[in-house]
Design a protein around this ligand. Structure first.
Ligand SMILES: CC(C)(COP(=O)(O)OP(=O)(O)OC[C@H]1O[C@@H](n2cnc3c(N)ncnc32)[C@H](O)[C@@H]1OP(=O)(O)O)[C@@H](O)C(=O)NCCC(=O)NCCS
Length: 176
């Protein structure tokens, strides 16, 4: 699958780059990301490097996933991660959506806006029929009413079409 960039609602969603590794490593030290997602613990610099290079490139190339870096379009700052995990291109045409927001970017609607953009792209461009949210795979240590399940609920209700464009050739880091 060809990687794409999505600009919507004040966010730029683009394929991961090798230069994102430091910010991803910093963000993934966050206890909430470690608790609610499947990132390795402890999260080491080599995990971040592999994620933004080999892992994400392989997902786009094989069509098995669509991982986006969520950035501030004006400054380029990394705000979070959002994307499709394990795209099922059989008759089910479904995928799970996964996301985190960096601790320094929380409380500004990044997760909602990014999830909404990915959801719209999935339905309109990929023509998926269903998006799944797996929820926390690790046991939550917070009351259920504070669980992050409000984000996908709102994210699945798109209002405006995104502007989707192909990135310039060679935007993804070479990994082989
Ligand atoms: C949950 C998370 C993605 C929210 O990111 P964010 O960009 O700050 O979220 P938004 O600003 O878009 O807020 C979305 C809504 O979720 C609510 N929310 C934010 N964090 C929440 C949490 N930990 N639990 C429950 N609700 C939460 C917000 O209050 C907001 O609702 P409101 O506008 O009605 O008040 C972020 O805290 C995070 O990365 N957590 C760790 C990773 C994670 O849980 N990922 C989801 C894996 S299933």
């Amino acid at each position: 699958m060809e990687p794409v960039e999505i600009t919507e609602a004040g966010l730029l969603l683009r394929p991961w780059r090798e230069t994102d590794a430091d910010a991803v490593h910093r963000a993934c030290q966050d206890p909430d990301i470690q608790r609610w997602t499947t990132v390795p613990r402890p999260y080491l610099p080599e995990h971040a490097r592999a994620f933004v290079t080999e892992f994400s490139t392989r997902q786009w190339e094989s069509g098995s996933g669509a991982p986006f870096a969520v950035c501030d379009p004006a400054t380029g700052e990394l705000l979070g991660a959002c994307g499709l995990i394990t795209i099922d291109q059989t008759a089910h045409q479904a995928s799970e959506i996964g996301y985190w927001t960096a601790p320094w970017a929380r409380g500004r609607g990044v997760a909602v806006r990014a999830a909404r953009a990915v959801a719209r792209w999935s339905f309109d461009e990929l023509e998926l029929r269903r998006l799944l949210w797996g929820g926390a795979r690790r046991q939550p240590r917070v009351p259920a009413r504070r669980a992050p399940d409000r984000v996908p609920d709102r994210g699945a209700a798109p209002r405006r079409r995104p502007r989707v464009r192909r990135p310039r050739v060679g935007r993804l880091p070479a990994t082989r």
